[in-house]
Design a protein around this ligand. Structure first.
Ligand SMILES: [Zn+2]
Length: 260
């Protein structure tokens, strides 16, 4: 029984400084794959190198809304070329964030839409950050006819989930489901169609409850997070593992080359 961590920032110092042990722990904890997205033009090369160094890691390339003001016009051309050259599995992490004071939404939207065009041109799925912005993101995805992907750390309504699922998207859940107090997210994870869900750690962030305010999160934690997910759903772990694996391969079809 294996698990795929569909979202992990292994280039972040908290993980990168001990990356060999992070990878070793992952393998020991039945992690079959880790999707590592870039977030800005500045970390693209680091993320590419990580994906080349470790078989366990697959690459996604994109510019996150947090770093929208680091992105220059010429960076989009480079992004397209690197996505092709390194056979990335998705354009990501991209998106919009309602709660960023320092980066106007207009700037975020320009960067996001340019990357949707790239995903459309290259027929790639996207990995999306959608904090407080699910509706505008869903509208853009629909307009640009994007070929599915993952909305990570999903925390919208059931109705918003349904819209995204109809557009071919999977919804990512991670450490948040391990907190009793996260009633809404736990209810989503428990009740959404199992075919629409993938798991992630978002490490080094989104610590599960047993690591709250202590060590950084890491992909190995997915084994225990997935156990809690199975308990929430009340379904046999083996069956869930098999379905989630298939969901991940559906969301990111290029992965199937690695895992068959
Ligand atoms: Zn992320």
């Amino acid at each position: 029984m294996t698990w795929i961590d569909t979202h992990c920032h292994l280039d972040q110092p908290a993980l990168f400084e001990k990356i060999d042990s992070v990878i070793k722990n992952s393998i020991k904890s039945d992690i079959e794959g880790i999707i590592v997205p870039s977030v800005s033009p500045k970390n693209v090369n680091k993320v590419i190198k990580i994906s080349q160094r470790f078989d366990l890691c697959s690459l996604a390339l994109g510019f996150h809304p947090f770093f929208a003001d680091h992105v220059k016009d010429e960076d989009f051309k480079t992004l397209s070329l690197l996505l092709i050259e390194h056979d990335a599995v998705a354009v990501g992490e991209i998106g919009l964030d309602k709660f960023l004071d320092n980066i106007p939404l207009r700037t975020q939207e320009k960067i996001f839409k340019n990357q949707l065009d790239i995903a459309d041109n290259l027929e790639l799925p996207i990995i999306v950050h959608a904090r407080g912005m699910i509706d505008p993101i869903t509208k853009s995805i629909r307009e640009k006819k994007i070929k599915g992907g993952i909305v990570h750390a999903f925390n919208g309504s059931f109705q918003q989930a349904e819209q995204l699922i109809k557009l071919g998207f999977k919804l990512g859940f991670g450490g948040v489901i391990t907190y009793e107090r996260a009633k809404h997210v736990r209810s989503l994870a428990k009740n959404l169609p199992i075919e629409s869900i993938v798991l992630e750690t978002d490490a080094p962030d989104m610590n599960p409850s047993w690591l709250e305010n202590t060590l950084p999160n890491e992909p190995a934690q997915l084994k225990k997070i997935s156990k809690i997910f199975c308990e929430l759903r009340g379904v046999d772990t083996k069956r869930i593992a098999c379905i989630l694996r298939r969901n991940t391969l559906d969301a990111l079809p290029k992965l199937s080359k690695l895992y068959t």
